[in-house]
Design a protein around this ligand. Structure first.
Ligand SMILES: Nc1ncnc2c1ncn2[C@@H]1O[C@H](COP(=O)(O)OP(=O)(O)OP(=O)(O)O)[C@@H](O)[C@H]1O
Ligand SMILES: O=P(O)(O)OC[C@H]1O[C@H](OP(=O)(O)OP(=O)(O)O)[C@H](O)[C@@H]1O
Ligand SMILES: [Mg+2]
Length: 278
C-alpha cells in the first residue's frame, strides 16, 4: 500500500483534499480522522500537520506527501519535490515597519521558518538573531521582540494591517508540492499517483476546442490551436471543410475563439475536460 501524508489543517488542507478526490482517491469524512485506508486504490492517507509532513516523508516512514515547499525546505529533512501542484502559492519575505531601517545585519528577525531564514542569512554572509515564533509573526515588531520579520506573504493584507512593508528580493516562491524521500528508489505506485495528479492539473488548466474550418485555412488554424502534441483533423461530408479538435489552455479560451472566428472558423465549441492522462 502506498502511504501518503496529507495536510490535516491550514491553508493547504482543503485544496490538497480536493485535488486527491479529483485524482480518484477517497477523502476523510470528518476532520478528526487521522488515517484512512482506500483499499480499492491501494493507498493509505495519513493526516498530519503540514509542518511535520517533510519529517515523516524524509525519514522514509511515509512514501509521499503534500506540503508547502517553504515548510519542506525549512525542516531540512532529506525530502525532495516530485511535482508542483499549482495551489497554495505564496512568497516568503522580509518585512519591516514602513520607513524603518531595512538592514538585516545585527537585527532581531522574528519568523516561524527559522531554517529558511538562517540559510538565507548564511548565503548572504550576514549575522542576525533569529526569534522563532509559532504564528501571528506580524505582531512581533509592535510587541517589541523583533526589529524585522520574515513570513509568508500571499495578498499582503496582514502585513499592511500591521504597518509593515516588504523589502529585498523574495527569499522563496512557495506552493504546494508532492514530496518523496530524497534518493529513494523508483516506486511504480508513486508514478501512478504522479500521473493522476498531472491529469488533474491538465484537466483544470485546459479545455477541449472543436471547430469547422475551410480546408485551405486548416494550417493557419492549427497554428492557433497546436494542441499538446498535434490537433486532430477529421473530414466533413462537405469536402471543402474539416473539423479540428485540440486542447487549448483554459486561460486563452476566449482569445483563441476570437482569433479562430476571424480566420473563418465556425461552430467553435468548448468543452471541459473531466479527467485525462497525457
Ligand atoms: N495565505 C496563506 N497563509 C498561510 N500559509 C499559506 C498561505 N498561502 C499558502 N500558504 C502555505 O501554507 C503552508 C502553511 O500551512 P500551515 O497549515 O502550517 O499554516 P497555516 O495555514 O498558516 O495554518 P496555522 O498557522 O493556522 O497552523 C505554507 O506552505 C505556506 O506557504
Ligand atoms: O499576505 P496575506 O494574504 O495576508 O497572508 C499571509 C498571512 O497568512 C498567514 O497567517 P495565518 O492566518 O495562517 O496566521 P498565523 O500567522 O498565525 O499562521 C501567514 O503567516 C501570513 O501572516
Ligand atoms: Mg499560519
Amino acid at each position: 500500500m502506498l502511504r501518503i501524508a496529507m495536510p490535516n489543517k491550514g491553508a493547504l488542507s482543503e485544496l490538497a483534499a480536493q485535488m486527491m478526490r479529483e485524482a480518484g482517491y477517497r477523502g476523510r469524512r470528518d476532520s478528526k480522522e487521522l488515517v484512512i485506508s482506500d483499499p480499492d486504490q491501494n493507498v493509505e492517507l495519513f493526516y498530519l500537520r503540514p509542518r511535520d509532513i517533510a519529517v515523516y516523508v524524509g525519514s522514509g516512514t511515509l512514501d509521499v506527501g503534500i506540503t508547502g515547499r517553504d515548510l519542506m525546505l525549512d525542516s531540512g529533512s532529506p525530502a525532495t519535490e516530485v511535482l508542483q501542484l499549482g495551489f497554495g502559492s505564496s512568497t516568503f519575505r522580509y518585512a519591516a515597519p514602513v520607513g524603518a531601517d531595512q538592514e538585516l545585519a545585527g537585527k532581531r528577525i522574528a519568523t516561524s521558518f527559522p531554517g529558511l531564514v538562517r540559510n538565507h542569512l548564511a548565503s548572504l554572509g550576514l549575522e542576525a538573531s533569529v526569534v522563532r515564533l509559532d504564528g501571528a509573526v506580524e505582531s512581533a515588531v509592535t510587541l517589541g521582540v523583533a526589529d524585522i520579520i520574515a513570513d509568508v506573504v500571499e495578498t499582503g493584507t496582514t502585513l499592511r494591517n500591521a504597518g509593515l512593508e516588504v523589502f529585498g528580493d523574495p527569499i522563496l516562491a512557495s506552493e504546494a508540492v508532492l514530496i518523496r524521500p530524497a534518493n529513494s528508489p523508483r516506486n511504480p505506485a508513486v508514478d501512478v499517483l504522479v500521473r493522476r495528479l498531472q491529469g488533474v492539473l491538465t484537466a483544470r488548466n485546459y479545455v477541449m476546442m472543436d471547430y469547422d474550418i475551410a480546408v485551405q485555412l486548416v494550417e493557419k488554424a492549427c497554428e492557433l490551436t497546436p494542441g499538446l502534441e498535434s490537433p486532430t483533423v477529421s473530414p466533413l461530408h462537405d469536402k471543402g471543410y474539416v473539423a479540428v479538435r485540440a486542447m487549448v489552455p483554459k486561460a486563452q479560451t476566449n482569445t483563441v475563439m476570437d482569433e479562430l472566428y476571424e480566420l473563418g472558423a465556425r461552430a467553435i465549441l468548448v468543452t471541459e475536460i473531466a479527467a485525462c492522462r497525457i
